[in-house]
Design a protein around this ligand. Structure first.
Ligand SMILES: NC(=O)C1=CN([C@@H]2O[C@H](COP(=O)(O)OP(=O)(O)OC[C@H]3O[C@@H](n4cnc5c(N)ncnc54)[C@H](OP(=O)(O)O)[C@@H]3O)[C@@H](O)[C@H]2O)C=CC1
Ligand SMILES: Nc1nc(=O)c2c([nH]1)NC[C@@H]1CN(c3ccc(C(=O)N[C@@H](CCC(=O)O)C(=O)O)cc3)C=[N+]21
Length: 306
């Protein structure tokens, strides 16, 4: 059996395609009604994982009928200058959503930037006011990667209620929101990080293991419970044996696939769904903006109002 036919592989492509098809229909309707969706990506400096992400955002946005614009800023820019640029985008009625690609250079506090994005345009749900919603189980606009990872776990058909879940990595954009999303589904959640005494001891208990650290092959077969679902979120650029650059996750897929019942490939797992959810979130943001527009002008039809 070829690897791509192996049912142990939880592939992201079909899930992403489903989401993008629905976004495409919504976007076409919104456009016809005078509300074309537009997503702006802000990149500061250079990072390989960001380049892959932005390239795919552009391609899939085009497929879905969402305008996409990349704003690149040099690593030497000040936080104040970036905040001013974000405020300009907040005020621009043509802009539906703003995503700030992480990481940003060390001299810029990323939280200040995330808080500068207007919550109605916050398509990643990273504004402190937005991320609070997932604590209250309001889940329709969650951080994209976290939502994508949970979406892939659902593909296993496992009952999330009471499921033993272990998450390795507790960043505010991936690990922590996954924990909240799964708690709201009734899972029992353990979160590990670099101070955890034995990641292996926790990981071996997991029915579902999520890994978002950024270290190739951190998770080996002896850290995985037989029959578990392993969701590999890592996106790491590596130079392969033939000298060319390639993307690998955080899991030693070749050995872990012999133990796990399900495993997400990298590439082709969580990544494509992350992009699709970003586009879906852009449509959620647009519908919230339209609701406000309607409440303000008494019509949802911008063409009629102008
Ligand atoms: N597929 C996708 O859509 C996406 C993939 N990614 C990828 O996921 C990975 C993680 O991203 P992100 O969360 O932003 O990264 P961060 O660097 O922000 O977080 C990494 C986390 O891993 C923890 N950690 C570090 N070393 C260890 C260790 N040895 N054992 C256990 N935990 C450890 C850190 O803990 P502490 O803080 O305590 O040091 C931290 O919580 C990266 O490879 C990134 O490229 C990210 C976003 C989207
Ligand atoms: N604010 C912010 N949010 C993020 O979610 C975020 C970020 N910053 N910075 C960078 C990381 C990385 N990341 C990826 C998402 C999808 C793919 C992706 O589409 N990967 C495909 C394609 C790989 C390819 O084309 O080679 C795959 O895994 O199959 C990659 C990387 C999101 N991140």
């Amino acid at each position: 059996m070829s690897l791509s036919d192996d049912s142990r592989y939880l592939k992201g492509g079909p899930v992403a395609q489903r989401i993008i098809a629905a976004v495409r229909e919504d976007a076409a309707i919104a456009k016809a009604e005078g509300f074309p969706p537009k997503l702006i990506s802000i990149t500061v400096g250079d990072t390989a994982a960001v380049d892959v992400y932005v390239r795919n955002q552009r391609a899939k946005a085009q497929l879905a009928g969402i305008d996409f614009e990349e704003r690149r800023f040099p690593a030497t820019i000040t936080s104040g200058e970036l905040e001013a640029a974000i405020h300009g985008l907040n005020a621009d009625p043509r802009v539906t959503g703003i995503i700030i690609q992480r990481p940003v250079p060390a001299h810029i506090p990323v939280r200040t930037l995330q808080a500068a994005v207007h919550p109605l345009k916050d398509v990643e749900g990273m504004h402190p006011a937005s991320i609070g919603n997932i604590v209250y189980n309001q889940l329709d606009l969650a951080p994209c990667t976290a939502a994508a990872s949970v979406e892939l776990l659902r593909e296993t058909g496992l009952d999330l209620k009471g499921l033993e879940v272990v998450i390795v990595g507790h960043s505010e954009i991936v690990g922590k929101p996954i924990a909240f999303l799964l708690m709201s589904e009734g899972a029992t959640v353990t979160v590990c990080h670099h101070m955890t005494r034995s990641v292996a001891a926790h990981a071996r208990r997991a029915d579902a293991l999520f890994v978002a650290v950024g270290k190739p092959r951190l998770i080996k077969a002896d850290m995985v419970k037989p029959g578990a679902a392993v969701i590999d979120i890592g996106i790491n650029s590596e130079i392969g044996p033939d000298g060319s650059s390639r993307i690998v996750g955080d899991v030693d897929t070749e050995s872990v696939r012999e133990v796990a019942s399900w495993i997400t490939p990298v590439p082709g797992g969580v990544g494509p769904i992350t992009v699709a959810i970003l586009l879906r979130n852009t449509m959620v943001a647009l519908s919230r903006q339209r609701a406000l527009y309607e409440a303000t002008y008494g019509t949802a039809d911008r063409l009629a109002a102008e």
